[in-house]
Design a protein around this ligand. Structure first.
Ligand code: 4AD
Ligand code: MG
Length: 439
């Protein structure tokens, strides 16, 4: 038994129909939409790879097949045997002329209809909303983006070394930890794989980790999830300039790749492709925190003081000053994590970098790490962190410490930038947010 063949005819995905013009193929999926009556029905059939129009005419079909067309409702599942014919007007470039149509299961009263639904309703039906044309397009780009992430690092000799999700201590500050019972002890869900990636880099040289990360952030913005995916490269013998160059090469690679392989999906989402093409070329502007602060202050913004971290409006302002993602480096130590290396030329500043992209805000946070044992111990004390929890991390500075650094790219924010989808809740299959754990 197989479902990949029916009546001796092989199943083909809608995305590949154009390779089978004139051959008889089997298409299996769901009814997206339907119009027509009398002797002619136009069925929009989707299978996840694309949507194809099936032109069902009473004259070409057996009676049962034609009756099936009449009964099909939105999101009913079906199997169609037919021949793809080239059609320039169709987004997939083909139309399907059926010889047999069969219902698999009739869907009754599908809740998401053509009428406008509010985001609350759609989020509550996320398990079904994923079947909508735009949502499918975002998820296909996500798939391409993640494959691009893995290929980029693989091709450059970075080894995949995943960090644990249960951790005994904080990486990015103690205020956003999710605690969970761990047998008789407590554990925290990881906020970032970085500290372990540093240990991995001291073993394999160039590494990256990629996985879910968690932040109990009480932010209700369009850029915050409580569970998000992050890719974190870390490399030995990297300084801040090396980290910035890697980040730039990486973002250009990802943008180019999605432009090349996901163009049809970007068009479904009405992404301004020309703007993305501009962002897919280097070099990216690099400005210091102080220069960025000057730009904000010169604009007359009174919500900002020098020394503050940037809020969403400041990021938006900065990203719109440039037509490419902007790298902001050399930050006040006070507003950055304990592990960032002090700038020897600028006391109280650290060698950190944030990359800010139009529409998505901060997509990358990275740094050169403090590699001096005593300075790092001092930073742990300054931040009131428990020294004993970091003793393993301090070993990395005790045994063959080297300059090193890396960054974290949030997958959902990066996808928001590439796809032009403004809310991160649409860039992950099942978003987890302050007020959402369902479905
Ligand atoms: O700037 P962050 O906090 O940096 C780190 O976690 C470092 N340890 C990374 C490293 O150097 N290895 O987070 C990195 C990125 C942000 O730039 C953003 O893209 C994403 O993670 N991010 C979030 N995405 C969605 N929802 C949230 N609540 C996020 N918090 C951070
Ligand atoms: Mg950050």
């Amino acid at each position: 038994m197989t479902f990949q063949e029916y009546r001796g005819i092989k199943a083909v995905s809608i995305a590949r129909l154009s390779e089978h013009i004139g051959e008889e193929v089997l298409v299996q999926g769901w009814l997206y939409n339907k119009r027509g009556k009398g002797k002619l029905h136009f069925l929009q059939v989707r299978d996840g790879s694309g949507i194809v129009q099936v032109v069902a005419s009473k004259n070409d079909l057996d009676e049962e097949s034609f009756e099936a067309c009449k009964d099909l409702t939105q999101e009913s599942s079906l199997r169609v045997i037919g021949k793809p014919v080239a059609d320039e007007r169709a987004p997939s470039g083909v139309e399907l002329q059926p010889t047999h149509i069969e219902i698999v299961s009739i869907a009754k009263d599908y809740p998401i209809t053509k009428k406008e639904h509010g985001p609350g309703f759609l989020m509550e039906h996320r398990h079904l909303w994923l079947r909508s044309n735009k949502q499918m397009a975002v998820m296909r780009i996500r798939n391409e983006l993640l494959k691009g992430v893995r290929d980029f690092f693989y091709e450059r000799g970075f080894a995949l070394m995943d960090s644990p999700i249960f951790t005994p201590n904080a990486c990015e500050g103690t205020s956003t930890l999710f605690a969970t019972k761990y047998f008789e002890d407590m554990a925290y869900l990881t906020q970032s794989g970085q500290l372990y990636a540093e240990a991995s880099a001291m073993a394999l040289g160039k590494v990256y980790c990629l996985g879910p990360t968690f932040r109990a952030e009480k932010s209700k913005t369009r850029r915050h999830l409580t569970e998000f995916w992050m890719v974190e490269p870390e490399a030995a013998f990297y300084d801040l300039d090396d980290v910035m160059q890697l980040a730039e090469d990486f973002l250009i690679y990802l943008a180019e790749r999605c432009l090349e392989r996901s163009r049809a999906d970007l068009l479904i989402l009405e992404r301004d492709v020309a703007a993305l093409e501009m962002a897919a070329s280097g070099p990216y502007p690099r400005i210091s925190y102080d220069e960025a602060a000057d730009l904000i202050l010169e604009s007359g913004d009174e919500t900002f003081k020098r020394g503050d971290d940037f809020g969403a409006p400041h990021e938006t302002f900065l990203s719109e000053r440039f037509d490419k993602p902007v790298m902001v480096h050399t930050w006040p130590a006070e507003i950055k994590a304990f592990y960032m290396k002090r700038d020897p030329d600028k006391p109280n500043y650290v060698k950190g970098v944030d990359v800010i992209a139009r529409g998505a805000g901060e997509i990358i946070g990275g740094a050169q790490r403090e590699d001096d044992l005593e300075l790092l111990e001092q930073r742990i004390r300054d931040h009131d962190l428990p020294m004993e929890a970091f003793s393993w991390y301090l070993d990395l500075r005790r045994y063959g410490s080297v300059p090193h650094g890396g960054f974290g790219l949030g997958i959902e924010r990066a996808l928001s930038w590439i796809s032009g989808v403004s809310h991160v809740r649409e860039t992950i299959p099942f978003p987890r947010m302050l007020d959402r754990l369902h479905p």
